[in-house]
Design a protein around this ligand. Structure first.
Ligand code: SF4
Ligand code: SF4
Length: 303
């Protein structure tokens, strides 16, 4: 029986979410609140409206009468959304002629989504690519994820799951035979720093990583490098020690933070947007790479 879930994007021809050319499906909903999150539209599990005030056509007002919750009103040369009233029905976004209102998040069935994914299968086989389930956190919708993984397996598609690891181990164990590659994010090993950066303890995450490694799961570790975030003195060394202490060695990708989240936060009404963090300098990247390479870990910058 087809299951249903909520996704906020399906990105075709992705080249940074695993090997080859991939279709990346972004699940909506995440238990973490990373200070630098590139996909803040993936945090809430519910559909929501992004507002692009500059695109609003003066004098149009097509959306106003359509809103069943009276959540929209005229502002100065644009439209203003009262998020406390909005239930994410999407009627306004559908009517807006200029995409000043955009609905992020749609409910879809596993079978419908598979039809979308399967159209790209010829590109997967030519490039050694496949499908990546990302987010948000795909394991926030474990039944939907497992259903999709099973359908991908039936079609012989290579599948990667990009996860924060913050999920019950039983959910990870249930999908283990269906996953070709876990892209496992590691943000900080110091628990108080992890709480400060993400809003949650890392105990479950580190425990899950150790168990997956011990169970022989194919893993790539993904460490974001966030200046002023997870790079205080000693933390990179702690992360490298932790990675080197896992039951097996896994390739590690260092992901330089890049700009982009502040504008999205504003469009989601989660402002005022914080000051943008500058991406790490080349020198800082080289030094970070050295920290991991000294433990004989295979390190790639980017990925
Ligand atoms: S429908 Fe779109 S362009 Fe028209 S008033 Fe509403 S937000 Fe502005
Ligand atoms: S999504 Fe629905 S409830 Fe929210 S503003 Fe648009 S029409 Fe109104």
């Amino acid at each position: 029986m087809a299951t249903k879930g909520i996704v906020f994007d399906v990105k075709r021809f992705a080249v940074h979410d695993g090997p080859g050319i991939r279709t990346t499906v972004f699940f909506k909903g995440c238990p973490l609140r990373c200070a630098w999150c590139h996909n803040p539209e993936g945090i809430s599990p519910r559909p929501e409206i992004m507002v692009f005030p500059d695109r609003c056509l003066k004098g149009c007002r097509d959306c106003l009468a359509l809103c069943p919750k009276q959540a929209l009103r005229k502002g100065r040369g644009t439209i203003v959304l009262d998020r406390a009233r909005c239930d994410g029905c999407g009627a306004c976004a559908e009517a807006c002629p200029s995409e000043a209102l955009r609905l992020v998040g749609r409910s879809c069935s596993s079978e419908g989504l598979m039809e979308e994914i399967s159209r790209d299968a010829p590109f997967f086989s030519e490039s050694g690519g496949g499908v990546t389930f990302s987010g948000g956190e795909p394991l926030q919708q474990p039944i939907f994820l497992k259903d999709l993984l099973t359908l991908c397996r039936l079609e012989g598609l290579h599948v990667a799951v990009d996860t924060s690891g913050h999920a019950p181990y039983s959910d990870l164990e249930a999908i283990l035979p269906l996953v070709d590659l876990f892209l496992f994010d590691l943000k900080a090993v110091d628990d108080s720093l992890h709480r400060q950066l993400t809003g949650v303890t890392n105990r479950l995450i580190l425990d899950n990583l150790g168990r997956l490694s011990g169970a022989g799961a194919p893993l790539v570790l993904r460490v974001p490098l966030v200046p002023g975030g997870n790079d205080p003195a000693g933390e990179l060394e702690r992360m490298a020690d932790f990675c080197a202490s896992l039951p097996r060695r896994h390739p590690l990708h260092l992901l330089p933070y890049h700009r982009g989240y502040a504008a999205k936060l504003k469009r989601l009404g989660r402002g005022p947007a914080p000051t943008e963090i500058a991406p790490p300098a080349e020198q800082a990247l080289r030094e970070a790479r050295e920290v991991f390479a000294r433990r004989d870990l295979s390190v790639t910058i980017g990925g």
